[in-house]
Design a protein around this ligand. Sequence first.
Ligand code: URP
Ligand code: ZN
Ligand code: ZN
Length: 508
Amino acid sequence: MDTEFDTLIINGKIATASECFPGDIAIKDGKIYAIAPSLKGWKAKEIIDAEGGYITPGGVDGHVHIDQENTPGGQDYPYRGSDGFESGSRSAVAGGTTTMIGFAMQHKHRPDHTLADVIGHYHDLATNNSYCDYAFHLIITDPTPERLLEFETLISEFGVSSVKIYMTYERLALTDYEILHTISKARKSGITPMIHAENIDIIRFFSEELEKLDLLDPYSHARSRPSLAEHEATNRAISLAEVMAVPILLVHVSSPGSVTRIRKGQGKGLPIYAETCPQYLLLTDDTLKLPNYEGAKCVCSPPLRPTKEDLDGLWNGLRNGTFTIVSSDHCPFRMDEELGKPVAIKDSGKPGGDWRLIPNGIPGIETRLPLLFTFGVLTGRLSIERFVQLTSTNTAKLYGMYPQKGSIIPGSDADLVIWYPEGKYAPKKLTNSMLHHNCDYTAFEGLEMLNWPRYTFLRGSVVWDADKDAVTGAKGFGQYVRRETSWFTKNQNLFEESTQYKNEWRPY
Ligand code: URP
Ligand code: ZN
Ligand code: ZN
């Protein structure tokens, strides 16, 4: 072979969503050119020896809140999380994530803004600012007929093929009627709805009861939204999706009772997909009970759940195929900034704060892959192939960017993670000082990590080198990824035509 390649990666254990085999990879012009048992003798500008470590596709994080105005919490005024595209994407590559999908949010109080305006605004924030590739979901809070009409061109004009809708949060929630309109229009436009499923009235009821008892500490946030609030809304979301025969993804599922309900829907043949996050797999609501407002660090919705059985139930959902993806739900707010988590102290005037005013969310874009590798693959709970499905391939397929992303095949983007070979990584307790986000804590502080991405490649370039402890990529190298209809459901209409899913009550 006379061609000179940009990079050869040799001596790897190449892991995809379906197999793991020893091999070498040749990279040219940012793409994977060849994979073979040995590429010995091929010329390249750079040769990297994986020393027998796993090579996995770059992580695709399907759920991050980056530079998002008005991230849901109690307040009525806009405030933002602490990571913009620069720090959020820097943190992503240092943890092996090469593509992130953030949320471009439509605001109810800005009815004159078109969805095109909303997407344009997020492009302005991201362009020339990102270390990793990125795409956008839309958040729909005001599904007027005019805005729903825009769904028809979201893919062709903007490369956006998914929308998130909320069943809770006063300022964001859609009624069932609005959900039906939104998901039916999504179905006709080839768009995947993502649903935040918690019952708004159950939460309202318990919030009022807690207020009467003057229970306003961070732990009471979790008590205001019991797992049954998630189960009920999950059931309802599945029923609404079934009525319209729409594929949906249930985001950040936190409770085994929801897993059971989702599995039942899947068992009926419904195209129901589901996501969970490392915090729901590894942490319980004990973290919310920490004194001196420390519990605020782990306030997120849905909340962390109480028991080890809750965690085990979610791991089981990863193992039995109920979950499609694991995302981070990265949503950072600093503890040392007045407008971060302590905004609830400032606004309530109470030294212990008021959980109703705590910005919801925890950071996790950098720790998602290493945590799932350590606590999933290295404990034997997940095969390496299942790890790849959950953290990369399925996300790329679900959100319409496969096989450009999420795969190791000739022609796909050379987005790769090389892990340390066995015995080469000295176990380390995770500390926030190791991380590259703009947040002053990690909820996973102190967990013992048994491996970490040694190199992250984005389109053929090394953007993270753990041996040098350096982000070696450049801000602005990250590009926007245009997306298509979900790879999982693009033939859905064809399928429905030939089955009972062609429902007589839908006039289309
Ligand atoms: O608490 C969380 N998860 N905050 C982010 C917003 C959301 O609903 O995903
Ligand atoms: Zn949500
Ligand atoms: Zn979220």
